[in-house]
Design a protein around this ligand. Structure first.
Ligand SMILES: [Fe+2]
Ligand SMILES: [Fe+2]
Length: 262
């Protein structure tokens, strides 16, 4: 876990990083949107649950949370889901039918604590209305991000992530070329289907983010990106043509382990 920081006056980032041996580090962010009905966006990594709960409680009284926006049910997004549910008795989980279905494969969500919202639908959280959006790339079918018009922020889930070499707290701080490479690499790992996608349909889906033109892009896997939405879109647009990702094989793993053990 790293220290929490502000993405905007009403948005706190609860950041951590996950190392992927041989490839780099992936930021794993949750967000606290301080709407009049406060919204937590995702719940971090399973192995860092104690640290996550501690850091979260330093930015908000967890009992005050009204909503958990669960972008999808991957392990790096549900790390403290059950603990948050317990600590915030009035909180309801915004997810989709598929999200509920996938959770029920191992630990069903309580039906009276869920709120089903599909892409294109909106929810009022007191002082603003959030609209659910299917991001242009994702790794799980239930994935739903959202747009907050008051903060002018697009919460993009796994989309626009980056596999980085070192932690930074602002995407612009990575340098343009470094950012492009890190984003394209992440996209080939997280969404290998991009290589087979119809290019014009993918361009249309990126175009919808360009039209939305949010000031802030808040990805689960990228440091905060402010005033650089066009750049992020341009970078992701090149991912389908990039080299497909192939993981290390057994021979490479043995070489890695030999390197570690000497
Ligand atoms: Fe994911
Ligand atoms: Fe993720």
């Amino acid at each position: 876990m790293f220290e929490p920081y502000r993405a905007a006056a009403d948005i706190d980032v609860v950041p951590s990083y996950f190392p992927i041996p041989g490839l780099g580090i992936v930021p794993v962010n949750a967000f606290v949107l301080k709407a009049s009905q406060p919204v937590l966006v995702d719940t971090g990594l399973v192995p860092l649950s104690d640290e996550f709960m501690e850091t979260l409680s330093s930015v908000i009284d967890i009992g005050d949370l009204c909503w958990l926006w669960l972008t999808h049910t991957d392990q790096d997004h549900i790390g403290s889901l059950w603990r948050v549910l317990e600590a915030a008795p009035k909180l309801r989980i915004i997810t989709t039918y598929l999200g509920v279905g996938k959770m029920s494969l191992w630990n069903p969500l309580p039906m009276d604590r869920i709120y089903l919202l599909n892409p294109g639908q909106s929810i009022d959280v007191g002082d603003r209305t959030l609209t659910a959006i299917k991001p242009p790339s994702y790794d799980a079918p239930e994935t739903t991000g959202f747009y907050d018009p008051k903060a002018d922020a697009f919460f993009s889930s796994d989309c626009f992530g980056a596999l980085m070499s070192e932690p930074v707290d602002n995407a612009a701080g990575m340098g343009a070329e470094n950012l492009r490479k890190a984003m394209v690499f992440w996209a080939t790992v997280d969404a290998p289907w991009l290589h087979t996608v119809d290019r014009s349909l993918f361009a249309e889906s990126l175009g919808r983010v360009r039209e939305m033109s949010p000031k802030l892009v808040l990805s689960a896997h990228l440091p905060v990106a402010s005033d650089m939405t066009d750049k992020l879109i341009e970078n992701l647009a090149t991912a389908p043509e990039a080299q497909p990702f192939v993981g290390p094989d057994q021979k490479a793993l043995e070489a890695m382990l030999k390197g570690i053990t000497g």
